[in-house]
Ligand binder design. Structure first.
Ligand code: AMP
Ligand code: MG
Length: 318
């Protein structure tokens, strides 16, 4: 039998590690402490002139991962997914509430209820398959953030249909970096860069100048673009790290909740910078689904963000 699936690059754990390349350059008057750990399925690197920073950031990111990872059976999200109704911590309640807001703001392009579709296409267990049309149609009945009912009085989250599930993969890292930045600020740390694969948060500046980040262009010979960040986050979503190929067609891990299939909006990658990681993370995922035109229209509703897209057609011309 012909090889069906190929080209899935490595495992989920480390797949997004190369999206954003951090450049530590400029003259250093003081030492920078640098530490790396694997958290939330990626390498997380913390750089700061304050040597307390990495422990504070890692501990907080680990705490958030334990609450929301769908790969940890004891996480609050795994329990909610199994039971369909659950009282959750304020952190999980907040992130689900924000997810619903961004779902509405993006016309449904960002939607954490795509979880059953992510499973159906095999992105959760990495047993990739192309589902039948009727399977997709059936599964789509479980999709739609308006089907998540939130009770603000007691932090109970309830799914309206049995079988519904949530996947916070498109928002979790951004939120976790925001939480880590808050902890760092509370500890009096004024300067720190956290790089978690496709997601970066820059707290304060680096010895008086903004942090300088290189965004690796997915086109092999295209130059790296640089952005500067100060009390800001950047997030990249793309189709070139987690994907499989069948019959010459590429199927990547970001699902269009309207079609139930991997997004095909003509983009290779989307980078969003925003004052909060959560905003950058959700919008980069949403804009990858929407494509350039609709994505730019959505971005206009968020005056504080900056958007960079790499289109497939331009890449082909190179
Ligand atoms: P990101 O790399 O931040 O764009 O997030 C991609 C991850 O978010 C996927 O691996 C899924 O876990 C999840 N996801 C896929 N499609 C969507 C979608 N349309 N809305 C929200 N999350 C999604
Ligand atoms: Mg995202």
């Amino acid at each position: 039998m012909k090889e069906l699936f190929s080209n899935y690059r490595g495992n989920k754990e480390l797949a997004t590690a190369s999206l954003i390349l951090v450049m530590i350059c400029g003259c250093q008057q003081r030492p920078l402490y640098k530490d790396t750990r694997v958290l939330m399925g990626t390498f997380v690197e913390v750089i700061s002139p304050d040597k307390r920073a990495s422990k504070i950031a890692f501990d907080e990111i680990q705490k958030i991962e334990n609450l929301l990872s769908k790969y940890k059976p004891d996480s609050e999200v795994s329990k909610l997914n199994a039971l369909g109704e659950s009282k959750v911590s304020p952190e999980i309640f907040f992130i689900i509430k924000k997810s619903k807001e961004f779902s509405e703001a993006s016309g449904g392009a960002f939607d954490i209820t795509v979880a059953p579709l992510v499973d159906l296409w095999g992105f959760t267990d990495r047993k990739f398959k192309i589902p039948q049309d009727d399977e997709i149609k059936e599964t789509l009945k479980l999709v739609g953030s308006e089907k998540i009912v939130l009770n603000d009085n007691d932090n109970v989250v309830k799914f309206s249909f049995p079988g519904m599930k949530i996947d916070l993969g498109g928002i979790a890292k951004g939120y976790a970096l925001d939480c880590a930045a808050k902890k760092l600020k509370n500890a009096g740390i004024k300067s720190c860069l956290i790089n978690a694969g496709g997601q970066v948060y820059a707290l304060g500046d680096k010895f008086g100048a903004p942090w300088r980040i290189g965004i690796k262009n997915p086109r092999r010979d295209a130059p790296t673009e640089f952005i500067t960040l100060e009390n800001q986050s950047a997030s990249t979503s793309g189709n070139y790290e987690q994907f499989f190929v069948k019959d010459g067609m590429r199927y990547a891990h970001i699902i269009d909740p309207k079609t139930g299939s991997p997004a095909k909006a003509g983009l290779i990658s989307v980078t969003v910078t925003a004052p909060e990681g959560l905003t950058a993370d959700t919008l980069s995922t949403a804009i990858f689904v929407l494509g350039k035109e609709k994505g730019e229209a959505l971005a206009k509703n968020f005056p504080q963000i900056k958007l960079m897209v790499v289109e497939e057609k331009k890449a082909k011309r190179q």
